[in-house]
Design a binder for this molecule. Structure first.
Ligand code: HEM
Length: 151
C-alpha cells in the first residue's frame, strides 16, 4: 500500500460527504457552468493526461482493480476523457453508454466509488491542477453518484 492510498483510505467517509455537498451546491443560484474549468484542466490534452494517470492508479488500487479486469482500456480512456471534457465545459461530446447502463450489476459500494474519486484526485494532483479546480470538477461529477451506484 502506498503512503497516499493509506492516507486516502482513512478519509473515505469525509470525501464522500464532500462530494455530495459539492454536488448539492450545483443547484444554487451561483451555479457553476462556465468553461474556464476546462481551461484550468489543460483542455482535452490535459484531461487525457489526467485520465491516463488515473488509470495507472486504478490498476494498482486493490479496492477496485478487480472490477476493471478485461476492460477495453483505450475505449475507457477515450470515453472518460470525453465525459470529463464535456462536464468541465469543453467542446467534447460524450458518446459512451449511460452511467446507469455501464455500471449496472456491478453493485458498486461507497468505498469503491470513493476509491475511483480518490484516484482521480491524485491524478489531478500529479498534473498540477489547483485544488479549487479539482473541487469544481468533483462537484460536476457528484450528480452522477446515484446512477453509478444504481440507486
Ligand atoms: C467517479 C465515478 C465514476 C465515473 C465518472 C465513471 C465513468 C465511467 C465512464 C465514462 C465509463 C466508460 C463508459 C463507456 O465506455 O461506454 C466507465 C466505465 C466503467 N466503469 Fe466507471 N465511473 C465511475 C465509477 C466507477 C466505479 C466506482 C467502478 C467500479 C469499481 C467503475 C467501473 C467501471 C467499469 C468496469 C467500466 C467499463 C465497463 C465496460 O467497458 O464494459 N466505475 N465509467
Amino acid at each position: 500500500m502506498t503512503k497516499f492510498s493509506a492516507f486516502y483510505r482513512s478519509t473515505t467517509g469525509p470525501l464522500l460527504i464532500l462530494l455530495l455537498t459539492l454536488g448539492g451546491c450545483q443547484n444554487l443560484p451561483s451555479s457553476d457552468n462556465t468553461s474556464d474549468l476546462y481551461e484550468q484542466l489543460g483542455e482535452r490534452k490535459g484531461i487525457a493526461s489526467i485520465v491516463e494517470d488515473m488509470l495507472y492508479r486504478i490498476v494498482e488500487d486493490d479496492r477496485i482493480n478487480q472490477a476493471f479486469k478485461g476492460v477495453d482500456v483505450v475505449q475507457f480512456h477515450r470515453n472518460l476523457t470525453d465525459q470529463l471534457c464535456q462536464l468541465s465545459g469543453g467542446p467534447c461530446t460524450y458518446n459512451g453508454r449511460s452511467m446507469r447502463e455501464v455500471h449496472d450489476g456491478m453493485a458498486i459500494t461507497d468505498t469503491q466509488f470513493n476509491a475511483v474519486a480518490e484516484d482521480l484526485i491524485l491524478a489531478m494532483e500529479k498534473n498540477g491542477i489547483p485544488t479549487a479546480a479539482q473541487n469544481r470538477l468533483l462537484a460536476r461529477i457528484a450528480p452522477l453518484y446515484p446512477t453509478i451506484r444504481g440507486l
